[in-house]
Write a protein that binds this ligand. Structure first.
Ligand SMILES: Cc1cc2nc3c(=O)[nH]c(=O)nc-3n(C[C@H](O)[C@H](O)[C@H](O)COP(=O)(O)O)c2cc1C
Ligand code: SF4
Length: 419
């Protein structure tokens, strides 16, 4: 039987997340103790050696990101932990915060040490308000133990604090610059780039933004003496990944998998197959902004390269399975409603594009659309991808573009129809 692995999730259910003593008993903060004997560049190299790519969606090389953040010459810097997790069907970060908050805190402190930052911020989505007391308690206990504050672990000048912020429920605030605006108390709208946040981010300070899972993996890698992580996965996609599987599967949930198992392994193995053994209508990877595919691609391996070949991406780590009761067009309509609602309205391609595509999809739903409407759908989607200000507008039409190629029948025009 296919099993999940335990590397990032190794501490889950091993200690009571309310007590730092219990975390220390299972080796907690040993990674930080090791890290402070290293140079930031060395830490970045260890992460790079493991080929870790950011787990928030963009899959940016994490070792390189830390190395670039360290190289910025500034007496003050900031690290932000992105716990916004607003991408639909994505709930892996919640499991980390709930079950291993201290490892997340430890990863965030190591990040601060590695790039010479003085402050770390956790930006958590409004819907996770119930997790605030747990995180605040973890921060407070870390302070009392001397892992936060001044001269941490007796190292002169290593001063670092962590602050917890809650969003107000906007999906776009997961985008790095919108998140920064939100912490600064402004409306959560993405900034024009450049300047890039690595040079000028929160309060105009050089800023490193990393996802919850990205930060949590760091202590595990630094304590991995036997190099177990390198043995998981494939040559191009080393290690393990947390995925959240949802939709019409029998066992939705968060699973830690080695890279390289197939979508079939995930959906029919780990998640137990489709409810009432129905057929699959479509699969979407990486959240609502992710690409979609059909059951013909179930044997695709879950690696960065194999997914790319199949025109898919890892994205946020979500695996959404929609069964035959929901048509492709209905799925696209729901997705489109989400993006029309979540567009911040700042730039025209996204604000107007989402609105127009939503109206055109209603026509497709009623089978009242023309060839010209299909051309307009493609044209709007292209403009949005290339001319939007942020990733929301750039990716909102991923599912639509895939669907038009993969499921042409769904878009068939009924010729000669009069209305
Ligand atoms: C609209 C939008 C929403 C995003 N939401 C999240 C999110 O909820 N969590 C997250 O970690 N990254 C999110 N991202 C990606 C972040 O901008 C950023 O790339 C990421 O936090 C960097 O961390 P990483 O390198 O560890 O992946 C979002 C991006 C966009 C464009
Ligand atoms: S692409 Fe959309 S969400 Fe992003 S800035 Fe433009 S309007 Fe706002």
């Amino acid at each position: 039987m296919l099993k999940t692995v335990k590397f990032i999730t190794a501490n889950f259910d091993k200690y009571d997340p309310h007590f730092i003593d219990q975390y220390e008993e299972i080796g907690g903060f040993n990674a930080l103790k090791r890290a402070v004997k290293m140079d930031g560049e060395e830490i970045a190299s260890e992460i790079a050696l493991c080929g870790v790519k950011g787990r928030g969606g963009a899959a940016y090389d994490m070792g390189r990101k830390w190395s670039q953040a360290k190289a910025v010459d500034s007496p003050k810097k900031v690290v932000i932990c992105n716990a916004d997790e607003g991408e639909p069907c994505t709930f892996k970060d919640r499991s980390i915060i709930t079950k291993d908050p201290f490892r997340l805190i430890e990863g965030l402190i190591i990040a601060g040490y590695a790039i010479n930052a003085q402050n770390g911020y956790i930006y958590m989505r409004e819907e996770y308000t119930h997790l605030r007391p747990l995180l605040l308690n973890a921060i407070e206990q870390a302070k009392q133990k001397g892992y936060l504050g001044k001269n941490i672990l007796g190292i002169k000048g290593f001063n670092y604090d962590i602050h917890l912020y809650s969003g107000a429920g906007a999906y776009v605030c997961g985008e790095g610059t919108a998140l920064i605006e939100s912490i600064e108390g402004k409306a959560g709208r993405p900034r024009m780039k450049p300047p890039f946040i690595k040079q000028s981010g929160l309060y105009k300070l050089p800023t490193l933004v990393n996802n919850v899972e990205s930060l949590t993996i760091v202590p595990a890698i630094l304590m991995d003496k036997e190099k177990k992580y390198l043995k998981y996965g494939t040559e191009g996609s080393i290690g393990t990944k947390l995925i959240s599987v949802g939709g019409n599967v029998k066992k939705p949930g968060v699973y830690e998998i080695p890279f390289g198992i197939t979508l079939r392994d995930i959906i029919y193995g780990l998640a137990g197959g489709i409810v009432e053994d129905r057929k699959i209508s479509l699969i979407q990877l990486g959240g609502a902004s992710g690409k979609i595919t059909s059951s013909d691609f179930l044997d695709t391996k879950y690696t960065y390269d194999d997914l790319k070949t199949a025109n898919l991406t890892v994205g946020s780590g979500a695996v959404l399975v929609i069964d035959e009761r929901t048509s492709v067009i209905d799925f696209l309509r729901y997705t489109q409603n989400f993006f029309s609602h979540e567009s911040c309205g700042q730039c025209t391609p996204c604000r107007e594009g989402n609105r127009h595509i939503r109206m055109l999809l209603e026509r497709v739903k009623r089978k009242q659309h023309t060839y010209k409407d299909l051309d307009s759908l493609t044209k709007f989607a292209d403009i949005m991808c290339s001319a939007s200000l942020c990733g929301l507008g750039e990716t909102a039409q991923n599912a639509l573009i895939c669907a038009m190629k993969l499921f042409p029948k769904e878009f068939e025009v009924i010729e000669g129809r009069t209305f």
